[in-house]
Write a protein that binds this ligand. Structure first.
Ligand SMILES: [Zn+2]
Length: 313
């Protein structure tokens, strides 16, 4: 790079060399600073920003204050993107205060296949989520209705369904049948849990059979699909609702879009596997915003209860 000499224009034939104390650059490109000047340590108090105070929305990239997200049920206030929500937080948003009685809270998975690193992964997620597995089940009140409610949690091994998720949901559905209550399951899952092999796949049949008995008792089952609902979960209980609802923008399917594209060698239509696309094509019945979910569920439960009374009369 050229060196720049700072000289004053010759005035009256005499060239005067200007002492270059703070020479301005000739142009931005020509500027090089060998060393960044060291700044004296600031005497003012350091402003401490606690970690995790701001969360970047993955959809619109806006920085959102975490307390604001908590108050908004983890929905971005800028673009309405529905971010993952913990199962207990969701239950709290749906059931009447102090009415939820959890079932089988201590049921835990057994590493029956001695699958590599499964035990340590279970331990890691138990510590991180304070859950024993990927679903919380129990009986509670939503509005005036007693319901059997199961809520999955994606933070626990991607919401995958192993023997515990299957067994807890089956017991929940059977409890609903015995009690004469509607069942609501809110799903988020990558599918069956590969670490439990065929034991995972058996849960698809088991939960579906329990739902068949529940339907035989003429009781409603509402399935709520949230981002993501895939694989063996979507291929069993998550798709079997008398009403299948979804949150806006949720990705729903059996295999992921990349696998389908590679298998079919066809270009997929825009919006493929989104809740909106599936509503247009008849797989789901309604898209419900998370903040309106409780009010909508009460509305649907009212319809089913009125229908039941009408049938009994
Ligand atoms: Zn956003």
């Amino acid at each position: 790079m050229d060196t720049t000499s700072f000289t004053k224009k010759t005035l009256g034939g005499v060239a005067q060399i200007e002492p270059a104390l703070t020479p301005p650059p000739a142009s931005a490109e020509q500027t090089t600073f060998a060393k960044k000047p060291k700044l004296a340590p600031s005497k003012s108090k350091k402003r401490e920003i606690p970690e995790g105070l701001w969360i970047k929305c993955p959809a619109c990239e806006a920085l959102v204050f975490d307390k604001e997200l908590d108050g908004n049920l983890q929905v971005c206030p800028k673009c309405q993107q529905h971010l993952p929500i913990a199962s207990r937080e969701r239950i709290h948003s749906l059931v009447e205060t102090c009415t939820f009685q959890e079932m089988d809270a201590d049921m835990t998975s057994v590493d029956i296949l001695k699958f590599a690193s499964y035990k340590s992964k279970l331990e890691r997620d138990r510590k991180a989520t304070m859950l024993q597995d990927a679903v919380v089940t129990g009986v509670g009140k939503i509005g005036a209705h007693t319901v059997a409610l199961g809520v999955m949690d994606f933070r626990f091994m991607g919401g995958s369904m192993g023997a515990v998720v299957g067994e807890k949901l089956t017991r929940l559905i059977e409890r609903g049948t015995e009690g004469g209550w509607p069942v609501i399951v809110i799903s988020t899952s990558g599918g069956a849990r590969m670490q439990e092999g065929a034991f995972s796949l058996m849960q698809m049949a088991k939960t579906s059979a329990a739902l068949a008995y529940h339907a035989k008792a003429r009781l409603p089952y509402l399935s709520v699909l949230t981002n993501n609902s895939y694989g063996g979960v979507m291929a069993s209980y998550a798709a079997l609702g008398d009403l299948n609802l979804a949150e806006p923008g949720a990705m729903i399917g059996f295999a992921g879009p990349r696998v389908i594209k590679d298998t079919t060698h066809a270009d997929l239509p825009p919006g493929f596997q989104t809740a909106e696309f599936l509503l247009d094509h008849g797989l789901i019945d309604a898209i419900v915003h998370r903040k309106e979910m409780k009010a909508q569920l009460i509305k649907y439960l009212d319809y089913f209860a009125a229908g039941k009374k009408h049938l009994a009369a």
